[in-house]
Design a protein around this ligand. Structure first.
Ligand code: HPA
Length: 276
């Protein structure tokens, strides 16, 4: 798709700062790591290739608020592919507007990345999903009540998560772990978790997963002409499914417990989607 957007000035400046700090003028892919996964990139990197920069040294990034979100950007090689990894996303619920939320997508484009890989922790709605499952996002429902786009930017979102990349990602993950399933991700504004009635509604709407991120970045990345691949780690069963209350600390703990699995999956996925 022809790009309808161009990277912001802050993103171009951030990409220049990354190039200066790392000696890598461009990157093949950019990865956004979800809650508590800053260290995942360490396990991805080819030995002695990682260079980490605090986001406080790069234009356009808001300092992270949510527990488990650290603000760092790491450049490394993964099986020879140049990857920029961003740990510490901004969420819509932080109330700082959409700009910092979608900044990673702009930075990805400014670094020359062709693919944006988005990861998140999500609640599982579909019967059969279990905590620890990896799910490739097939499509999304934007229920945040917000768009990251302003103006006549009619971004096409048919096959936003390109089937060819999903297939490549699924095959790559299957070689190192169980073949991931696919699902529809419903993005909610948060920060409160859903009610059981809302989860019932989301099921009716066709959602398999629920979370509070990913969708704004995916929309902007498509507008910038990037391919998008997104993977959810199921950290909990959605509200009302088990009868237990939802607790952010437990969601983070499940995310931490799944980090090694995510690392293994991403180490296979990243080169596969870049080469797809
Ligand atoms: N709901 C919304 N966001 C989430 C959840 C959830 O159940 N789990 C992880 N992020």
């Amino acid at each position: 798709m022809a790009a309808l957007l161009t990277p912001t000035d802050d993103a171009v400046a951030a990409a220049e700062a990354v190039a200066d700090a790392t000696g890598r003028p461009t990157h093949d892919a950019t990865l956004v790591l979800g809650s508590g996964w800053a260290e995942v990139v360490t396990g991805l990197a080819d030995p002695d290739t990682a260079v980490t920069i605090p986001v406080s040294e790069l234009p356009g990034f808001a300092a992270p608020l949510a527990a488990g979100h650290r603000g760092t950007v790491t450049s490394c090689l993964v099986d020879g592919v140049a990857l920029l990894s961003i740990a510490g996303r901004t969420h819509l619920y932080e109330g700082r507007g959409t700009e910092p939320v979608v900044h990673p997508a702009h930075v990805a484009a400014a670094t020359g990345s062709r693919v944006l890989v988005l990861t998140n922790a999500a609640g599982g709605l579909r019967d059969g999903l279990a905590v620890g499952d990896l799910v490739l996002i097939r499509d999304h429902l934007n229920l945040t009540g917000r768009s990251p786009l302003t103006g006549a930017l009619f971004v096409n979102l048919v096959d936003a998560y390109r089937p060819a990349l999903r297939a490549a990602a699924a095959d790559a993950i299957a070689a190192v772990d169980a073949r991931p399933t696919e699902g529809v991700y419903a993005a909610m504004g948060g920060p409160q978790y859903e009610t059981p009635a809302e989860i019932g509604m989301l099921r009716t709407l066709g959602a398999d997963l629920v979370g509070m991120s990913t969708v704004p970045e995916a929309i902007v990345a498509r507008g910038l002409g990037l391919d998008v691949t997104a993977v959810s780690l199921v950290t909990n069963l959605a509200a009302g499914v088990t009868g237990e209350p939802l607790d952010h600390a437990e969601v983070l703990a499940a995310g931490a417990a799944g980090a090694a699995r995510l690392t293994t999956a991403l180490r296979a996925l990243v080169p596969a989607v870049v080469r797809a």
